[in-house]
Design a binder for this molecule. Structure first.
Ligand SMILES: Nc1nc2c(c(=O)[nH]1)N[C@H]1C(S)=C(S)[C@@H](COP(=O)(O)OP(=O)(O)OC[C@H]3O[C@@H](n4cnc5c(N)ncnc54)[C@H](O)[C@@H]3O)O[C@H]1N2
Ligand code: MOO
Ligand SMILES: [Mg+2]
Length: 418
Protein backbone atom coordinates (compact mmCIF):
# COMPACT_ATOMS: atom_id res chain seq x y z
CA UNK A 1 0.00 0.00 0.00
CA UNK A 2 1.23 3.51 -0.79
CA UNK A 3 2.33 5.75 1.98
CA UNK A 4 0.40 8.95 2.04
CA UNK A 5 0.54 12.23 3.90
CA UNK A 6 -1.40 11.80 7.10
CA UNK A 7 -1.93 15.44 7.77
CA UNK A 8 -4.60 17.84 6.73
CA UNK A 9 -4.26 21.34 8.09
CA UNK A 10 -6.98 21.99 10.64
CA UNK A 11 -8.97 24.99 9.52
CA UNK A 12 -9.34 26.83 12.79
CA UNK A 13 -5.94 26.33 14.36
CA UNK A 14 -3.26 26.95 11.82
CA UNK A 15 -2.13 23.33 12.06
CA UNK A 16 -1.73 23.17 15.84
CA UNK A 17 -3.19 20.37 17.88
CA UNK A 18 -6.38 21.62 19.51
CA UNK A 19 -7.13 21.71 23.20
CA UNK A 20 -10.21 19.87 24.34
CA UNK A 21 -12.09 23.13 24.81
CA UNK A 22 -11.17 24.39 21.33
CA UNK A 23 -12.29 21.09 19.81
CA UNK A 24 -15.63 21.11 21.64
CA UNK A 25 -16.17 24.74 20.64
CA UNK A 26 -15.60 23.87 16.96
CA UNK A 27 -17.80 20.76 17.05
CA UNK A 28 -20.70 22.50 18.65
CA UNK A 29 -20.38 25.59 16.46
CA UNK A 30 -20.45 23.56 13.23
CA UNK A 31 -23.77 21.84 13.87
CA UNK A 32 -27.26 23.06 14.63
CA UNK A 33 -30.39 21.45 16.04
CA UNK A 34 -32.04 19.09 13.55
CA UNK A 35 -35.35 20.11 12.00
CA UNK A 36 -38.46 18.09 12.69
CA UNK A 37 -40.61 17.63 15.75
CA UNK A 38 -43.22 15.19 16.93
CA UNK A 39 -45.95 15.34 19.52
CA UNK A 40 -45.78 12.56 22.08
CA UNK A 41 -47.85 11.51 25.09
CA UNK A 42 -45.99 12.00 28.37
CA UNK A 43 -45.55 8.23 28.66
CA UNK A 44 -43.34 8.23 25.55
CA UNK A 45 -41.41 11.44 26.12
CA UNK A 46 -38.78 10.43 28.68
CA UNK A 47 -35.29 11.49 27.56
CA UNK A 48 -36.57 13.46 24.58
CA UNK A 49 -35.73 17.12 24.03
CA UNK A 50 -38.57 19.58 24.37
CA UNK A 51 -39.13 21.69 21.24
CA UNK A 52 -41.90 23.94 22.60
CA UNK A 53 -42.03 25.24 26.17
CA UNK A 54 -44.63 23.99 28.60
CA UNK A 55 -46.66 26.90 29.97
CA UNK A 56 -49.07 26.38 32.81
CA UNK A 57 -52.67 27.51 32.51
CA UNK A 58 -53.22 26.62 36.16
CA UNK A 59 -52.11 27.64 39.61
CA UNK A 60 -50.58 24.66 41.42
CA UNK A 61 -51.89 24.04 44.00
CA UNK A 62 -55.15 25.29 42.56
CA UNK A 63 -56.43 26.42 46.01
CA UNK A 64 -55.22 26.65 49.60
CA UNK A 65 -55.11 23.09 50.89
CA UNK A 66 -54.22 21.20 53.99
CA UNK A 67 -50.66 19.90 54.52
CA UNK A 68 -51.80 17.61 57.35
CA UNK A 69 -54.52 15.27 58.49
CA UNK A 70 -56.19 17.27 61.29
CA UNK A 71 -58.58 20.15 61.84
CA UNK A 72 -59.13 23.36 59.89
CA UNK A 73 -60.01 26.27 62.14
CA UNK A 74 -60.36 30.03 62.27
CA UNK A 75 -57.44 30.88 64.58
CA UNK A 76 -59.29 33.68 66.39
CA UNK A 77 -61.93 31.13 67.52
CA UNK A 78 -59.40 29.36 69.75
CA UNK A 79 -59.17 32.02 72.45
CA UNK A 80 -62.87 32.83 72.12
CA UNK A 81 -63.80 29.18 72.82
CA UNK A 82 -60.97 28.21 75.15
CA UNK A 83 -59.55 25.83 72.49
CA UNK A 84 -62.71 23.70 72.31
CA UNK A 85 -64.56 23.68 68.95
CA UNK A 86 -67.44 21.69 67.53
CA UNK A 87 -66.46 19.53 64.56
CA UNK A 88 -69.07 20.65 62.06
CA UNK A 89 -67.91 19.00 58.81
CA UNK A 90 -65.52 16.49 57.28
CA UNK A 91 -63.43 17.31 54.17
CA UNK A 92 -61.45 14.48 52.57
CA UNK A 93 -59.14 15.13 49.57
CA UNK A 94 -61.26 15.42 46.45
CA UNK A 95 -64.20 17.07 48.29
CA UNK A 96 -65.02 20.74 48.84
CA UNK A 97 -66.30 21.79 52.26
CA UNK A 98 -68.83 24.43 53.28
CA UNK A 99 -67.73 27.82 54.64
CA UNK A 100 -66.54 27.36 58.22
CA UNK A 101 -69.25 28.43 60.67
CA UNK A 102 -67.95 30.62 63.55
CA UNK A 103 -66.75 28.58 66.54
CA UNK A 104 -66.46 25.32 64.58
CA UNK A 105 -63.65 23.18 63.21
CA UNK A 106 -63.61 21.05 60.05
CA UNK A 107 -62.11 17.59 60.15
CA UNK A 108 -59.71 17.78 57.18
CA UNK A 109 -57.24 15.48 55.40
CA UNK A 110 -53.97 16.13 53.59
CA UNK A 111 -54.56 17.73 50.20
CA UNK A 112 -58.20 18.70 50.87
CA UNK A 113 -59.21 22.32 50.14
CA UNK A 114 -59.20 24.51 53.23
CA UNK A 115 -62.80 25.68 53.68
CA UNK A 116 -63.66 29.32 53.29
CA UNK A 117 -63.19 31.13 56.59
CA UNK A 118 -60.49 28.77 57.94
CA UNK A 119 -56.97 30.16 58.25
CA UNK A 120 -55.08 27.42 60.12
CA UNK A 121 -54.80 23.64 60.10
CA UNK A 122 -53.86 21.76 63.29
CA UNK A 123 -52.39 18.27 62.94
CA UNK A 124 -54.48 15.65 64.69
CA UNK A 125 -51.60 14.41 66.88
CA UNK A 126 -51.86 17.48 69.11
CA UNK A 127 -55.69 17.49 69.27
CA UNK A 128 -58.10 15.58 71.49
CA UNK A 129 -61.35 14.68 69.78
CA UNK A 130 -64.49 13.28 71.46
CA UNK A 131 -68.25 13.55 71.13
CA UNK A 132 -68.17 15.78 68.07
CA UNK A 133 -65.81 18.24 69.78
CA UNK A 134 -62.09 18.84 69.40
CA UNK A 135 -59.72 20.37 71.94
CA UNK A 136 -56.83 22.26 70.37
CA UNK A 137 -53.77 23.70 72.18
CA UNK A 138 -54.00 27.48 72.35
CA UNK A 139 -50.37 28.02 71.34
CA UNK A 140 -50.93 26.79 67.76
CA UNK A 141 -49.53 29.28 65.25
CA UNK A 142 -52.00 31.13 63.02
CA UNK A 143 -51.67 30.13 59.35
CA UNK A 144 -49.94 26.81 60.09
CA UNK A 145 -50.10 23.77 57.78
CA UNK A 146 -51.69 25.40 54.77
CA UNK A 147 -50.19 24.98 51.30
CA UNK A 148 -51.06 28.17 49.48
CA UNK A 149 -52.69 28.40 46.04
CA UNK A 150 -50.02 28.90 43.36
CA UNK A 151 -47.11 28.39 45.75
CA UNK A 152 -45.53 25.83 43.39
CA UNK A 153 -46.61 27.18 39.98
CA UNK A 154 -48.47 30.31 38.90
CA UNK A 155 -50.86 30.26 35.93
CA UNK A 156 -49.03 31.70 32.91
CA UNK A 157 -45.58 30.59 34.08
CA UNK A 158 -43.22 28.66 31.79
CA UNK A 159 -42.62 25.47 33.72
CA UNK A 160 -40.31 23.65 31.27
CA UNK A 161 -38.15 25.53 28.80
CA UNK A 162 -37.70 24.50 25.20
CA UNK A 163 -34.39 22.64 24.82
CA UNK A 164 -34.80 20.69 28.08
CA UNK A 165 -34.03 16.99 28.02
CA UNK A 166 -37.02 15.48 29.78
CA UNK A 167 -36.42 13.69 33.07
CA UNK A 168 -39.06 11.84 35.12
CA UNK A 169 -39.49 15.05 37.16
CA UNK A 170 -40.26 17.07 34.01
CA UNK A 171 -42.90 14.54 32.95
CA UNK A 172 -44.48 14.81 36.39
CA UNK A 173 -44.35 18.59 36.24
CA UNK A 174 -46.10 18.63 32.84
CA UNK A 175 -48.73 16.27 34.25
CA UNK A 176 -49.21 18.49 37.32
CA UNK A 177 -50.31 21.35 35.06
CA UNK A 178 -52.60 19.08 33.06
CA UNK A 179 -50.46 18.84 29.91
CA UNK A 180 -50.77 15.37 28.36
CA UNK A 181 -48.70 15.73 25.19
CA UNK A 182 -45.36 17.36 24.51
CA UNK A 183 -43.77 18.67 21.33
CA UNK A 184 -40.25 17.23 21.15
CA UNK A 185 -37.45 17.16 18.59
CA UNK A 186 -37.44 14.01 16.49
CA UNK A 187 -34.79 11.51 17.48
CA UNK A 188 -31.31 12.19 16.15
CA UNK A 189 -30.22 9.44 13.73
CA UNK A 190 -26.59 8.47 14.23
CA UNK A 191 -24.76 6.09 11.90
CA UNK A 192 -22.18 3.87 13.54
CA UNK A 193 -19.20 2.51 11.71
CA UNK A 194 -16.68 0.04 13.20
CA UNK A 195 -13.56 -0.11 11.09
CA UNK A 196 -11.11 -2.98 11.34
CA UNK A 197 -10.32 -6.19 9.45
CA UNK A 198 -9.63 -7.81 12.81
CA UNK A 199 -13.17 -7.41 14.13
CA UNK A 200 -15.71 -10.15 14.70
CA UNK A 201 -19.09 -9.99 16.40
CA UNK A 202 -19.64 -11.78 19.69
CA UNK A 203 -21.36 -15.08 18.98
CA UNK A 204 -19.09 -15.71 16.00
CA UNK A 205 -15.99 -17.90 16.34
CA UNK A 206 -12.71 -15.95 16.24
CA UNK A 207 -10.35 -16.61 13.35
CA UNK A 208 -6.63 -16.27 14.09
CA UNK A 209 -5.75 -12.61 14.71
CA UNK A 210 -9.35 -11.55 15.20
CA UNK A 211 -10.82 -9.78 18.24
CA UNK A 212 -14.38 -9.03 19.19
CA UNK A 213 -15.89 -5.70 18.29
CA UNK A 214 -16.47 -4.13 21.69
CA UNK A 215 -16.55 -0.51 20.49
CA UNK A 216 -19.81 -1.10 18.67
CA UNK A 217 -21.53 -1.99 21.91
CA UNK A 218 -19.98 0.83 23.92
CA UNK A 219 -21.05 3.35 21.29
CA UNK A 220 -24.50 1.86 20.78
CA UNK A 221 -25.07 1.92 24.51
CA UNK A 222 -23.97 5.52 24.79
CA UNK A 223 -26.12 6.55 21.81
CA UNK A 224 -29.10 4.80 23.34
CA UNK A 225 -28.60 6.47 26.72
CA UNK A 226 -28.42 9.79 24.90
CA UNK A 227 -31.73 9.08 23.17
CA UNK A 228 -30.44 8.59 19.60
CA UNK A 229 -31.68 6.25 16.89
CA UNK A 230 -28.75 4.09 15.76
CA UNK A 231 -28.09 3.19 12.12
CA UNK A 232 -25.49 0.44 12.33
CA UNK A 233 -23.18 0.45 9.30
CA UNK A 234 -21.52 -2.67 10.65
CA UNK A 235 -17.88 -3.70 10.50
CA UNK A 236 -16.06 -1.97 7.68
CA UNK A 237 -12.95 -3.48 6.08
CA UNK A 238 -9.66 -1.61 6.32
CA UNK A 239 -9.66 -0.31 2.76
CA UNK A 240 -10.46 3.06 1.33
CA UNK A 241 -13.30 1.98 -0.97
CA UNK A 242 -15.21 0.16 1.78
CA UNK A 243 -14.73 3.09 4.15
CA UNK A 244 -15.93 5.59 1.53
CA UNK A 245 -18.96 3.42 0.72
CA UNK A 246 -19.92 3.04 4.39
CA UNK A 247 -19.56 6.77 5.01
CA UNK A 248 -21.62 7.68 1.99
CA UNK A 249 -24.37 5.36 3.24
CA UNK A 250 -24.12 6.96 6.67
CA UNK A 251 -24.50 10.41 5.13
CA UNK A 252 -27.64 9.27 3.27
CA UNK A 253 -29.29 7.54 6.19
CA UNK A 254 -28.30 9.55 9.27
CA UNK A 255 -27.84 13.05 10.64
CA UNK A 256 -24.39 12.31 12.04
CA UNK A 257 -21.74 9.64 11.48
CA UNK A 258 -19.58 8.29 14.28
CA UNK A 259 -16.73 5.99 13.33
CA UNK A 260 -14.43 3.94 15.50
CA UNK A 261 -10.84 3.10 14.52
CA UNK A 262 -8.67 3.91 11.57
CA UNK A 263 -7.99 7.50 12.60
CA UNK A 264 -4.28 7.13 13.28
CA UNK A 265 -1.34 7.40 10.93
CA UNK A 266 -0.77 3.81 9.76
CA UNK A 267 -1.45 2.88 6.16
CA UNK A 268 -4.25 0.65 7.44
CA UNK A 269 -6.02 3.77 8.72
CA UNK A 270 -8.43 4.94 6.01
CA UNK A 271 -10.74 7.24 7.80
CA UNK A 272 -9.06 10.53 6.96
CA UNK A 273 -8.62 9.88 3.22
CA UNK A 274 -12.23 8.69 3.05
CA UNK A 275 -13.45 11.91 4.66
CA UNK A 276 -11.27 13.96 2.31
CA UNK A 277 -12.74 12.07 -0.67
CA UNK A 278 -16.32 12.82 0.36
CA UNK A 279 -15.99 16.12 2.18
CA UNK A 280 -13.38 17.76 4.33
CA UNK A 281 -11.54 17.40 7.62
CA UNK A 282 -11.78 20.18 10.16
CA UNK A 283 -9.35 18.78 12.73
CA UNK A 284 -7.66 15.47 13.44
CA UNK A 285 -5.82 15.81 16.73
CA UNK A 286 -6.70 16.92 20.21
CA UNK A 287 -4.25 17.44 23.04
CA UNK A 288 -5.70 14.83 25.40
CA UNK A 289 -4.74 11.41 26.67
CA UNK A 290 -6.14 9.00 25.74
CA UNK A 291 -7.83 10.02 22.53
CA UNK A 292 -5.28 12.17 20.74
CA UNK A 293 -6.17 11.10 17.20
CA UNK A 294 -9.73 12.35 16.77
CA UNK A 295 -11.15 13.33 13.41
CA UNK A 296 -13.93 15.82 12.91
CA UNK A 297 -15.14 16.71 9.50
CA UNK A 298 -18.01 16.78 7.11
CA UNK A 299 -19.06 14.06 4.70
CA UNK A 300 -21.58 14.94 1.98
CA UNK A 301 -23.02 17.64 4.21
CA UNK A 302 -23.18 15.50 7.36
CA UNK A 303 -20.89 15.92 10.36
CA UNK A 304 -18.56 13.02 11.04
CA UNK A 305 -16.65 12.22 14.20
CA UNK A 306 -13.92 9.60 13.90
CA UNK A 307 -12.93 8.24 17.30
CA UNK A 308 -9.75 6.26 17.90
CA UNK A 309 -10.08 2.47 17.90
CA UNK A 310 -8.44 1.77 21.25
CA UNK A 311 -11.43 0.93 23.46
CA UNK A 312 -10.69 3.38 26.26
CA UNK A 313 -9.81 6.13 23.80
CA UNK A 314 -13.07 5.46 22.03
CA UNK A 315 -15.03 5.73 25.25
CA UNK A 316 -13.28 8.89 26.42
CA UNK A 317 -13.65 10.69 23.10
CA UNK A 318 -17.30 9.65 22.85
CA UNK A 319 -18.25 11.10 26.23
CA UNK A 320 -16.10 14.22 25.81
CA UNK A 321 -16.82 15.08 22.17
CA UNK A 322 -19.67 13.02 20.72
CA UNK A 323 -21.88 13.91 23.67
CA UNK A 324 -21.87 17.72 23.32
CA UNK A 325 -22.07 17.37 19.53
CA UNK A 326 -25.13 15.15 19.88
CA UNK A 327 -26.77 17.34 22.53
CA UNK A 328 -26.39 20.36 20.26
CA UNK A 329 -27.90 18.51 17.28
CA UNK A 330 -30.73 17.23 19.49
CA UNK A 331 -31.66 20.81 20.34
CA UNK A 332 -30.56 20.75 23.98
CA UNK A 333 -30.22 24.32 25.26
CA UNK A 334 -27.68 25.66 27.74
CA UNK A 335 -24.55 24.00 29.08
CA UNK A 336 -23.54 21.06 26.86
CA UNK A 337 -20.54 19.84 28.82
CA UNK A 338 -20.41 18.29 32.27
CA UNK A 339 -18.75 20.53 34.84
CA UNK A 340 -16.21 18.61 36.88
CA UNK A 341 -16.76 18.16 40.62
CA UNK A 342 -13.82 18.74 42.92
CA UNK A 343 -13.14 15.68 45.05
CA UNK A 344 -10.25 14.63 47.26
CA UNK A 345 -7.69 12.43 45.52
CA UNK A 346 -7.19 8.99 47.05
CA UNK A 347 -4.04 8.56 44.92
CA UNK A 348 -0.71 10.13 44.08
CA UNK A 349 0.06 11.32 40.56
CA UNK A 350 3.75 12.19 40.47
CA UNK A 351 4.40 11.91 36.71
CA UNK A 352 1.84 13.97 34.86
CA UNK A 353 1.38 14.01 31.12
CA UNK A 354 1.86 17.01 28.88
CA UNK A 355 -1.67 16.48 27.64
CA UNK A 356 -4.95 16.89 29.52
CA UNK A 357 -5.38 13.37 30.85
CA UNK A 358 -8.49 11.36 31.68
CA UNK A 359 -8.17 8.51 34.15
CA UNK A 360 -10.86 5.98 34.89
CA UNK A 361 -11.91 6.68 38.43
CA UNK A 362 -14.19 5.55 41.16
CA UNK A 363 -15.69 7.23 44.21
CA UNK A 364 -14.71 5.56 47.45
CA UNK A 365 -14.56 6.24 51.19
CA UNK A 366 -11.13 7.13 52.56
CA UNK A 367 -9.77 5.76 55.84
CA UNK A 368 -11.53 8.67 57.64
CA UNK A 369 -14.85 7.81 55.97
CA UNK A 370 -14.74 10.91 53.72
CA UNK A 371 -15.44 10.74 50.00
CA UNK A 372 -12.41 10.44 47.77
CA UNK A 373 -11.64 9.29 44.27
CA UNK A 374 -9.43 6.35 43.27
CA UNK A 375 -7.95 5.77 39.80
CA UNK A 376 -7.56 2.49 37.95
CA UNK A 377 -4.04 1.06 38.20
CA UNK A 378 -3.51 0.81 34.43
CA UNK A 379 -3.25 3.86 32.19
CA UNK A 380 -3.47 1.73 29.04
CA UNK A 381 -6.04 2.82 26.50
CA UNK A 382 -6.63 -0.82 25.55
CA UNK A 383 -8.01 -1.95 28.94
CA UNK A 384 -11.79 -1.75 28.69
CA UNK A 385 -12.22 -3.38 32.13
CA UNK A 386 -11.07 -0.06 33.58
CA UNK A 387 -14.13 1.70 32.16
CA UNK A 388 -16.51 -0.94 33.49
CA UNK A 389 -14.80 -0.64 36.90
CA UNK A 390 -15.11 3.15 36.99
CA UNK A 391 -17.98 5.45 37.82
CA UNK A 392 -16.38 8.52 36.36
CA UNK A 393 -13.27 10.10 34.92
CA UNK A 394 -10.64 12.08 36.73
CA UNK A 395 -9.45 15.02 34.66
CA UNK A 396 -5.78 15.91 35.18
CA UNK A 397 -4.44 19.15 33.76
CA UNK A 398 -1.23 19.07 31.71
CA UNK A 399 1.67 18.91 34.14
CA UNK A 400 -0.58 18.63 37.20
CA UNK A 401 1.12 16.74 40.04
CA UNK A 402 -1.26 15.26 42.59
CA UNK A 403 -0.52 14.14 46.13
CA UNK A 404 -3.07 12.04 47.98
CA UNK A 405 -5.54 14.41 49.64
CA UNK A 406 -5.35 17.14 46.98
CA UNK A 407 -8.59 18.13 45.27
CA UNK A 408 -9.01 16.70 41.75
CA UNK A 409 -11.57 17.19 39.02
CA UNK A 410 -14.07 14.35 38.62
CA UNK A 411 -16.61 13.85 35.84
CA UNK A 412 -19.34 11.44 37.00
CA UNK A 413 -20.67 8.88 34.52
CA UNK A 414 -24.12 9.59 35.93
CA UNK A 415 -23.91 12.94 34.13
CA UNK A 416 -21.90 11.85 31.10
CA UNK A 417 -24.38 9.06 30.36
CA UNK A 418 -27.23 11.49 30.30
N1 LIG B 1 2.71 5.39 14.81
C1 LIG B 1 1.68 5.72 15.57
N2 LIG B 1 0.83 4.78 15.93
C2 LIG B 1 -0.21 5.08 16.71
C3 LIG B 1 -0.38 6.40 17.15
C4 LIG B 1 0.52 7.38 16.74
O1 LIG B 1 0.41 8.56 17.09
N3 LIG B 1 1.54 7.00 15.93
N4 LIG B 1 -1.40 6.68 17.99
C5 LIG B 1 -1.86 5.59 18.82
C6 LIG B 1 -3.05 5.99 19.52
S1 LIG B 1 -2.81 7.10 20.76
C7 LIG B 1 -4.26 5.48 19.25
S2 LIG B 1 -5.59 5.90 20.22
C8 LIG B 1 -4.49 4.55 18.17
C9 LIG B 1 -5.64 4.97 17.29
O2 LIG B 1 -5.89 3.93 16.47
P1 LIG B 1 -6.88 3.92 15.25
O3 LIG B 1 -8.00 4.85 15.50
O4 LIG B 1 -6.14 4.07 14.00
O5 LIG B 1 -7.53 2.51 15.39
P2 LIG B 1 -7.03 1.11 14.88
O6 LIG B 1 -5.62 1.23 14.44
O7 LIG B 1 -8.03 0.63 13.93
O8 LIG B 1 -7.13 0.30 16.22
C10 LIG B 1 -6.42 0.61 17.38
C11 LIG B 1 -6.59 -0.51 18.39
O9 LIG B 1 -7.94 -0.61 18.77
C12 LIG B 1 -8.47 -1.90 18.47
N5 LIG B 1 -9.85 -1.74 17.98
C13 LIG B 1 -10.20 -1.08 16.86
N6 LIG B 1 -11.53 -1.15 16.68
C14 LIG B 1 -12.01 -1.87 17.70
C15 LIG B 1 -13.32 -2.30 18.04
N7 LIG B 1 -14.39 -1.98 17.29
N8 LIG B 1 -13.49 -3.05 19.17
C16 LIG B 1 -12.41 -3.36 19.92
N9 LIG B 1 -11.15 -2.98 19.65
C17 LIG B 1 -10.95 -2.27 18.54
C18 LIG B 1 -7.58 -2.42 17.40
O10 LIG B 1 -7.62 -3.81 17.31
C19 LIG B 1 -6.23 -1.87 17.84
O11 LIG B 1 -5.69 -2.65 18.86
O12 LIG B 1 -3.37 4.44 17.33
C20 LIG B 1 -2.12 4.31 18.02
N10 LIG B 1 -1.10 4.10 17.09
O1 MOO C 1 -4.86 8.58 22.32
MO1 MOO C 1 -4.47 6.96 22.25
O2 MOO C 1 -6.01 7.30 22.54
O3 MOO C 1 -3.52 7.67 23.66
O4 MOO C 1 -4.49 5.53 23.17
MG1 LIG D 1 -4.72 2.44 13.39
Amino acid sequence: MMDRPNDCAPVATGGKTLTKDQAVAILTARVSPIAGTETLPLEAALGRVLAEPVVSTLDVPGWDNSAMDGYAIRHADLSAHDGCLAVAQRIPAGAVGKPLAPGTAARIFTGAPVPEGADTVVEQEVCEASDGQVRIPLEIKAGANIRRAGEDIRAGAEVIASGTRLTPAHLGLAASVGVARLVVHRRLRVALLSSGDELALPGEPLKPGQIYNSNRFVLMGLLQTWGCEVVDLGIVADDLESTVAAMARGAREADLIIASGGVSVGEEDHLKPAVERLGRIEFHQVKIRPGKPLVFGEVQGRPLLGCPGNPVSLFVTAVLFARPLILRMQGVAGELEVRPLRIRAGFDWPRPDRRLEFQRARLERGADGELEVAVYPSRSSAVLSSVAWADGLVQLQPGQVIARGDPVEFLPFAELFY
